[in-house]
Ligand binder design. Structure first.
Ligand code: COI
Length: 354
């Protein structure tokens, strides 16, 4: 167990009123803990939310030694605050840490840090439908030296943000530009399966280009052949083609999403097989042309399910399911948010009360 020292804020901030958007507001406190080689993790503390002092030589600033997680806390109608599959986030953080030579964190310590902070700031969990408290655990390398090496000093932190929907469209279908030039991450052997800041930094140019053209995000193709579909924006992607639910197989360059994993399990338990395989952009284009693409949607913590209403490729637009939310997308959204918010009984032990 961690020995967490808590220093409370003197004057709590006013809670935001009106639309929350995504990641714009932060709660009163944050969690912080240091790692030093030879000592291990130490000085677990919760302090008022605010800037952190950093050396200008920190490895996080120069070489992108940073990994993060995203999870959500919900308030149930019984007044309980609960998290969704936090142990999965803890395990994935360690998988990212291993790849970036950052120190691993005991899974129980990760969960204790998150639950203690969320519990302290529990009056920040928003109550409007479609809102939640987004939890952002992250770790940075903090070696004060300009040599490129594995990390010897690190900081683990957790911050909290009351959020509404990720896309301004909410659950309305978004339009997606198929990206043929930029790639999100390098191929197999790279960092694609990790949640490291660098992956997201590399994705922003294509995302910005799509937004300037009036689309919400891009569909990423693989870095080697520019042939296989990988992700959509910052989410995993799923399709229903000719009655079959398909999603790109986790080939090393794709994030093993927790929402992705939950969708697959829910569908399979309902007798709907999900095929995890490589999907070419040509297969998608053919399905768009001959009308066999019934539905497409993104899956991720931030948006949960984001239906895709239109694909744009090489200047040609293809509407999916008349631009409407499909049955499978709606069902998965209702099921997952239902479990997260306590409206649907959690029969799989996915939720954890803080
Ligand atoms: C997610 O939806 O899981 C994400 O990671 C989105 C985040 C980068 C804002």
């Amino acid at each position: 167990m961690l020995d967490i020292k808590i220093t409370k804020i003197e004057t709590p901030k006013a809670k935001p009123t009106g639309a929350l958007g995504f990641g714009k507001y932060f709660t009163d406190h944050m969690f912080m803990m240091d790692f030093d080689e030879g000592i291990g993790w130490h000085d677990a503390r919760i302090i008022p939310y605010g800037p952190i002092p950093m050396s200008p030589a920190s490895s996080a600033l120069h070489y992108g030694a940073e990994i993060f997680e995203g999870m959500k806390a919900y308030l149930t109608k019984e007044g309980k605050v609960q998290l969704f599959r936090p142990y999965e986030n803890a395990k994935r953080l360690n998988s990212s840490a291993e790849r970036l030579c950052l120190p691993e964190l005991p899974v129980e310590d990760f969960v204790e840090a998150v639950t203690t902070l969320v519990n302290l700031d529990r009056d920040w969990v928003p109550t409007e439908p479609g809102t939640s408290l987004y939890v952002r655990p992250f770790m940075i390398g903090d070696d004060h030296s300009l040599g490129v090496h594995g990390v010897h000093h690190a900081i683990f932190m957790v911050i909290l943000s009351p959020v509404g929907s990720y896309y301004k469209e909410g659950l309305n279908p978004v339009s997606i530009l198929i990206e043929r030039d930029d790639v999100r991450v390098a191929g197999k052997g790279g960092t694609g399966y990790t949640k490291c800041g660098g992956n997201y930094a590399a994705s922003t140019r294509a995302g910005k280009k799509a937004e300037l053209k009036g689309y919400s995000q891009v569909l990423w193709l693989d870095a080697v052949e520019r042939k296989y579909i990988e992700e959509v924006g910052s989410m995993n992607v799923m399709f229903k083609i000719n009655g079959e639910v398909v999603t790109p197989a986790l080939v090393g360059s794709i994030l093993p999403g927790i929402t992705r994993k939950s969708c697959i399990q829910i569908l399979q338990e309902e007798g709907i097989p999900v095929s995890e395989r490589r999907i070419t952009v040509d297969e998608l284009l053919k399905a768009l042309e001959d009308g066999t693409l019934e539905e497409a949607w993104g899956t991720g913590t931030a948006a949960v399910i984001s239906p895709i209403g239109k694909f744009v490729v090489d200047g040609k637009e293809f509407v999916v399911n008349n631009g409407e939310i499909g049955k499978v997308s709606q069902h998965l959204y209702d099921e997952i948010t239902g479990i997260q918010s306590g409206k649907i009984k959690d029969t799989r032990d996915w939720t954890l009360e803080v």
